[in-house]
Design a protein around this ligand. Structure first.
Ligand code: CP
Length: 336
């Protein structure tokens, strides 16, 4: 039997995404269930987390299941992902054994593994997640690698709760300054889910170097075509914000500068004015503001924006719990 994973929303049709969102809304109304009774999930964290870890552990518990958290290299053996390698370095066991052994114990494996930020051509292979999916015999969930599909669902549910039908709503993904070059995962995901929901999407970034990887730009273009929305790129703050229904903020490092972050830093530093503030939000159509969190206040968005009624970041964070329960329940029902 082919195992169905949840690695990317691009592997799911619009109807399947709608069904997951409907199930998540149902879990929000009625949190307790037995969909995971007697089942377990291994949560593999190669990077830190607050929301993802808490919401998955709690979600499994609320559905009668059990979550086991492991941090390879910290409280579990460091894992080798290269094939055919002579393992005479720091790694103690190979993913070929790790994924298959875990599959004998648990019913779902979930993986957070950020890029290494040295060579995008290597990072874009998503080797850690893809290797788990290759060797596991149970479903694998992406907890954020080079995309963040659980965040996408939580974001979409929060937007639906506040705006209703999202078709052709004006959506702006704005790059913001951050002192460090961050992962492009949430930005890739924002473009994919907003276009999948048929929104009219603008990617607002300071220079062409901040345009996202062509794979995700192409997915977003195709989604826009399939779902009656649109996708455009803008470097002009005022025209992008004007009339927007949604402002979604995220910082990310420019892909052409991967491994040369000292050079990229100068561009980032010159664009601190991309911060989301009250003046920019005043240009919108009484727009909503959101962010995946964690967020550095008064760097990415001002206190006034974060504390305004327009900010739905807390709703979005809560929705992580509900959408992930829907994903776990769906994968378990398909693999039973
Ligand atoms: N948004 C998100 O994934 O939060 P954590 O990094 O805290 O899990």
């Amino acid at each position: 039997m082919t195992v169905r994973h949840f690695l990317s929303t691009q592997d799911y049709s619009r109807a399947e995404i709608d069904a997951l969102l409907a199930q998540a809304a149902e879990f929000k109304r009625s949190p307790q269930g037995q969909q995971l009774a007697g089942k377990s999930i291994a949560l593999m964290f190669f990077n830190p987390s607050m929301r993802t870890r808490t919401s998955f552990e709690l979600g499994a518990f609320q559905l009668g299941g059990h979550a086991i958290v492991l941090s390879p290299g910290k409280d579990a053996w460091p894992i080798e992902f290269e094939m055919g390698t002579v393992m005479d370095g720091d790694t103690e066991e190979h993913i070929a054994e790790v994924a298959r052994v875990l599959s004998r114990y648990v019913d779902i494996i979930a993986v957070r593994a950020f890029p290494k930020f040295v060579d995008w051509q290597v990072d874009r292979q998503d080797k850690v997640l893809e290797s788990f999916a290759k060797f596991a015999t149970v479903p694998v969930i992406n907890l954020e690698t080079i995309t963040h599909p659980c965040q996408e669902l939580a974001h979409a549910l929060a937007l639906q709760e506040h705006l209703g039908d999202l078709q052709n709503k004006k959506y702006v993904l704005t790059w913001t300054y951050h002192p460090k070059p961050l992962n492009t995962a949430v930005a890739n995901s924002a473009l994919m889910i907003a276009t999948k929901m048929g929104m009219d999407v603008t990617l607002l970034c300071p220079t062409p170097e901040y345009i996202l990887d062509e794979r995700y730009m192409d997915f977003a273009k195709q989604n826009a075509k399939d779902n009656g929305g649109s996708l455009q790129v803008s470097h002009d703050i005022e025209s992008a914000y004007r009339g927007a229904d949604v402002i979604y903020a995220k910082s990310w490092g420019a892909i052409p500068y991967f491994g040369r972050w000292d050079e990229e830093k100068a561009i980032r530093e010159a664009n601190k004015h991309f911060i989301v503030d009250e003046a920019k939000m005043a240009l919108t159509n009484h727009g909503l503001f959101s962010h995946c969190l964690p967020l550095r206040r008064n760097i990415k968005a001002t206190d006034a924006v974060m504390d305004s009624p327009a900010c739905i970041a807390i709703d979005e964070a809560e929705n992580r719990l509900h959408v992930q329960k829907a994903v776990m329940a769906s994968l378990i029902s398909q693999s039973s």
